[in-house]
Design a protein around this ligand. Sequence first.
Ligand SMILES: *Cc1c(COP(=O)(O)O)cnc(C)c1O
Length: 388
Amino acid sequence: MKKKQLIYLDYSATTPIAEPVIKAMQPFFSIDFGNPSSIHQFGQKAESALENARDQISAHLGCNSRELIFTSGGTESDNLALRGVALARRKKHGTNHILISPVEHHAVSSTAQQLAELFGFELEYLEVDKTGIVSPEMLRSKIRSDTALVSIIYANNEIGSINPIPELAKICHEYSVPFHSDAVQATAYLPLKVSELNLDLLSIGAHKFYGPKGIGALFIKQGIEIFPMQTGGGHEWGLRSGTPNVPYIVGMGEAIKFVESHQSEWITHLQKLRDKLIHYVLENIPDSQLTGHPTHRLPNHASFVFEGVDSQKLLMLLDVEGFACSSGSACKTGNPLPSDVLLAMGFSPELALSSLRVTLGKDTTEEQIDQFLVSLEKVIKKIRSPKS
Ligand SMILES: *Cc1c(COP(=O)(O)O)cnc(C)c1O
């Protein structure tokens, strides 16, 4: 029997590296291997590739290239933003209060929790509505003159909801509080100009937009007070020491170019498939609910809960059918805990353990979605049938 082709519907977890990105990276693994800090021509070549990538990405963000730091990924960018700003602001201004949403990626929430537990910061959570969005009114009710930092995710990885970043930023600036946003999921699909978003710090990670894993960047607006978290030779203006990963940085620059040339076509294509998927599920699968906002959501993102369906079992049976999806958070084995994000939105623990996340990408076709829906309906019926 011919093995069935696997269909990947988990693009929020990671994406394949695009061909032009691989091509752009290649020489920097071998012939152009120089260290950008070296004076000689090997070094100069690497240095110029590094700065070219910095220019490409800062142009996309609409910032000065001096305001962009390369890191090892979205996680490190979030860590540097939170810990670096919180500690610098406390040292210089005595501010000791941190505000985050309860639907942050763990790169933000665990960092904030550590700042509270080990460093004595007062950590407070902004409440979200039932679609997982933070309202400007909520932020206004919690922000204080001694708030060191506010961090709110741009587009949510688990439920796809998009926060009103410019409105939230306006409130932070009324209080002169630095505002950070994790834009790792947003990069492929949403406007990213920092002046329009009005952000002080923004994190990105290349492997969520067809670039390599293990590389990311942090925008830090000029004048924002921040301490380095990795000290050493003083690379990246002293904010992130360590020889830069030149091939991956070149790849991330090329991946941004790839996003720029395809974004509008992806959005049109994926939004149509996403809406078809969501409508079919809600109309044909009993006791199903969409999680996250129905319209203010990523164009490639659909997420659900199904009453009485164990999501681990659902993911395994879908995998047997040939479809790779996820349940939202990246808990793979062992005893799954209900997602903090779904609990914060008001879902019961049982319902939160019945979640499914289906995220589409540039190579997803309508035929794949049609096949997926047939299998999903079948698998859910099977799980719900008393004999299973
Ligand atoms: C994937 C992801 C991260 C982590 O980025 P890495 O580059 O994998 O470290 C952070 N935040 C969000 C929203 C993500 O989706």
